[in-house]
Design a protein around this ligand. Structure first.
Ligand SMILES: Nc1nc2c(ncn2[C@@H]2O[C@H](COP(=O)(O)OP(=O)(O)OP(=O)(O)O)[C@@H](O)[C@H]2O)c(=O)[nH]1
Ligand SMILES: [Zn+2]
Length: 290
């Protein structure tokens, strides 16, 4: 039988069988332990049921991973939904673009969710238009009014990470999607002997045939180890014009023959070019340090 690891507590792996069967509490097969093959939350595994009545099983192998994030430690993630709001707090556009860059280089699809649309519909639509133009899917929600728009459809059959600045309503959205998220618990496992060493595993929550990764505080991301010149790939809106700039190392700031600058305010939002320029500088700095 095949299933997905949704939670890990100490040596116990909680596996949801693929065909909607109940959840099984599993131990690892001896050979996996010997080879130090430890499953991650998100892993698809083969399992053998050892006791149906008490929902106990054994994980016999781990299927190849599509990808693997380090923090949170989770595998087989499909997409990241970046939650923002029109006000209270005002959107942090630089943070959104930064997370989009991180997502691109992790191979994840980036989607923008504008929550709190009840506070300012006009500003909400401005954000929708900004990110649609940049090439991203967007969704408008109001957790306060139980309005999820297409969010549930977007989550269907996917493993999704929620990100975004503090106060935009990530927890509220989770609770609107499934009130059981209220029961979110910190599970801390103490390693025998040291007493101080603690591990915090993330958890997957079931939503609409898909899963949401529970990652409190997942926010600021170190930039990936890429050359500044690779950054353009994470900005499809700018890249479309940058390929025609006169100089192929154009920084789109003051060079003659730049095809990006004339698009600002039109096909390219000013905030997107600002983000690009700032992140480019940061990558140049990062490269200089090594
Ligand atoms: N008006 C309005 N307020 C909302 C909405 N969603 C959440 N809020 C409020 O916004 C505040 C922050 O919501 P949270 O869900 O805690 O935000 P968060 O993103 O989880 O914040 P962190 O846990 O700090 O990352 C709370 O007071 C919510 O009641 C919404 O759709 N509309
Ligand atoms: Zn240019």
């Amino acid at each position: 039988m095949r299933g997905r690891v949704i939670k890990i507590i100490n040596d116990f792996y909680y596996v949801k069988a693929m065909d909607n069967n109940p959840q099984f509490e599993c131990k690892l097969k001896g050979t996996l332990l010997k080879e130090r093959c430890y499953p991650l939350v998100g892993d698809v595994v083969e399992l053998k049921i050892t006791d149906y009545e008490n929902s106990q099983g054994q994980i016999t192998s781990i299927c190849p991973r599509k990808n693997r994030l380090i923090r949170p430690a989770v595998s087989n993630v499909d997409q990241v939904i970046i939650v923002t709001s029109p006000k209270e707090p005002n959107p942090n556009l630089q943070l959104i673009d930064r997370i989009l860059v991180w997502a691109y280089f992790e191979g994840l699809k980036g989607i923008i969710c504008i929550n709190k649309k009840d506070l300012d519909l006009e500003k909400t639509d401005e954000l929708v238009s900004k990110y649609t133009k940049a090439g991203y899917d967007t969704v408008k929600t109001s957790a306060a009014n139980n309005k999820l728009g297409d969010l549930e459809y977007i989550l269907k059959d996917k493993v999704t990470v929620l990100a975004g600045q503090s106060g935009v309503g990530k927890s509220s959205l989770l609770n609107t999607i499934n009130p059981e998220f209220n029961l979110r618990v910190e599970e801390v496992s103490k390693k025998a002997g040291t007493g101080k060493h603690t591990t915090r595993h993330c958890q997957l929550f079931e939503v609409k045939d898909g899963y949401l990764v529970d990652t409190p505080g997942f926010n600021k991301k170190k930039l990936p180890d890429i050359s500044p010149y690779e950054l353009i790939h994470a900005f499809p809106d700018i890249k479309a014009y940058a390929i025609n700039c006169k100089f192929n190392d154009c920084s789109h700031r003051k060079e003659p023959g730049c095809q990006v600058r004339p698009q600002v305010g039109g096909n390219i939002s000013k905030s997107r070019l600002d983000s690009f320029v700032n992140l480019f500088e940061e990558l140049v700095e990062q490269e200089r340090r090594f």
